[in-house]
Design a protein around this ligand. Structure first.
Ligand code: NAD
Length: 359
């Protein structure tokens, strides 16, 4: 099935997201000159004898994957490997993996000789439907997540939707969290399409994955093209992340990212309702039809977790004003960012969580 590529405009160089099928794309990468191929260790284990077999001859570097490995030392090892090979300034970094691979290799590509060519094939739903565009690369440093980074989009993104077939439920549902978030920021048409596609998407049907990925990227594109360097409208993509990040921090990252984003959207909906920005019936409809179906685990924060969530929100790096920051999607799917969220509102929303989990 042919899916029209998406063109992304960027002040750092325009690029395209191509939807690929079969194995021809891997063959094409394998015969490219001067490539430096880096593949996520699990993706290599699962697909080296399948779709990635043509890349065996390209001497791929197999990248260990964990948040602890998303650090400068990992990039430094890759610099050594590049330096040991004949191709230098003209090398093309080809990376295949999820967001961690993207962040490490994007940073590598952006700093190597002040920027070399970079082709990226995302293999998680999160990376396909969200992180592969926007141009951010990030590394963790000490206890600080994504402290270091650059802006550097790949020159080509190749989406092979079948990769999601081997993802764990946790990682697949994590991606779904971002897919739902983007559709809720995309207006009535996008929400209706998602509602219809959700059963097929939950069953990982490739057509549905491709469709929801392309739709998510189209919505994100509108935000990033208008505000590439994150100075205004792009902040709205933080929907679900204000509470979500705080929940991740408060639980020591026990709640997977996309799940935290879903819970964040549930809580943002409760705040919006309490502020009179979102009708109770609409809040419930979104919750029951779109949010709860993609929530795998439903951990209930206890009293100490609630305190930690409030603390974490106070230190959110995206905070700008005196109060706490929150993005909400109100009636008519209007997204707004406020900077005057009170601690009492946070506590009230968290206290409501058991009811928010009810269908
Ligand atoms: N640069 C950005 O714009 C951006 C945006 C959002 C998130 N991120 C970062 O992305 C990271 C999360 O990325 P992610 O959720 O895509 O996943 P990931 O890269 O953390 O991978 C998750 C797990 O899935 C495995 N995996 C990857 N593809 C697979 C496949 N097809 N089959 C089986 N297993 C597979 C990995 O080995 C890993 O164990 C975080 O570090 C986050 O900070 C970056």
């Amino acid at each position: 099935m042919t899916v029209t590529p998406l063109q992304i405009r960027s002040r750092l160089g325009d690029y395209a997201v191509e939807f690929v099928d079969g194995g021809a794309w891997a063959q094409e990468l394998a015969v490219m000159e001067y490539t430096f191929v880096v593949v996520d260790e699990n993706v290599w284990r699962l697909h080296a004898d399948g779709v990635l077999a043509p890349l065996r001859d390209a001497a791929p570097v197999v990248l260990p994957i964990s948040e602890d490995a998303k650090v400068y030392a990992a990039v430094a090892e890759l610099y050594d490997l590049v330096a040991a090979r004949a191709a230098k300034r003209n090398c093309v970094v080809v990376s295949i993996g999820g967001g961690i691979t993207q962040d490490v290799t994007g940073y590598l590509a952006s700093t190597l000789y002040r920027g070399v060519r970079w082709v990226y094939a995302p293999t998680t739903l999160l990376a396909m439907a969200d992180s592969c565009i926007g141009g951010k690369t990030s590394l963790n440093h000490g206890a600080h997540k994504n402290l270091i980074g650059t802006m550097y989009p790949p020159e080509r993104v190749l989406v092979h939707a079948l990769f999601v077939g081997t993802l764990s439920d946790e990682d697949y549902f994590s991606g779904l969290g971002e897919v739902v978030k983007l559709h809720l920021l995309g207006g009535e048409g996008a929400v209706d399409e998602l509602r219809e596609a959700l059963p097929a998407l939950l069953a990982r049907e490739p057509g549905a994955v491709r469709g929801a990925t392309r739709a998510s990227l189209l919505i994100k594109r509108a935000y990033i093209e208008e505000d590439e360097f994150d100075r205004g409208r792009r902040n709205l993509l933080n929907y679900g992340h204000c509470f979500g990040h705080a929940l991740e921090t408060a639980t020591g990252f026990a709640v997977p990212h996309g799940q935290a984003v879903i819970i964040g959207m549930l809580l943002a909906g409760a705040v919006a309702r309490r502020r009179g920005l979102l009708a109770a019936a609409e809040e419930r409809r979104r919750r029951v039809q779109l949010l709860l179906p993609v929530l795998l685990d439903r951990p209930l924060p206890d009293e100490t977790a609630v305190t930690r969530v409030v603390e974490a929100m106070k230190y959110d790096k995206k905070r700008t004003g005196e109060g706490l920051a929150l993005v909400m999607v109100g009636d008519g799917l209007q997204a707004v960012q406020i900077a005057d969220l009170g601690e009492d509102e946070v506590r009230d929303a968290l206290a409501e969580l058991p009811e928010l989990y009810q269908t």
